[in-house]
Design a protein around this ligand. Structure first.
Ligand SMILES: [Zn+2]
Length: 78
């Protein structure tokens, strides 16, 4: 099956673009989601590259992204 490269596996946003490709043409393609900044290479397993196979416990709702804590926390200025 051809992997879905138009939907982000982690947040299901249709905001995916090609980040880079293999030095040897045709070996792999790396995609990035411009909504949640998740990136993956085409040769990784379906649990990493395919939205329906991505582990549900690690899915992200794009609406929650602005409210997620910064990790590690940004220290206070001295
Ligand atoms: Zn995403």
């Amino acid at each position: 099956m051809t992997p879905n490269t138009t939907v982000c596996p982690r947040c299901d946003a249709e905001n995916v673009r090609v980040l880079t490709t293999s030095p040897v043409p045709g070996r792999w393609t790396m995609h990035v989601c411009d909504t949640c900044v998740y990136s993956w290479r085409s040769t990784e397993p379906s649990s990493v590259t395919d939205p329906p196979a991505y582990p549900p416990e690690f899915k992200i709702d794009p609406a929650e992204i602005p409210h997620l804590p910064a990790t590690p926390a940004v220290p206070r200025r001295r």
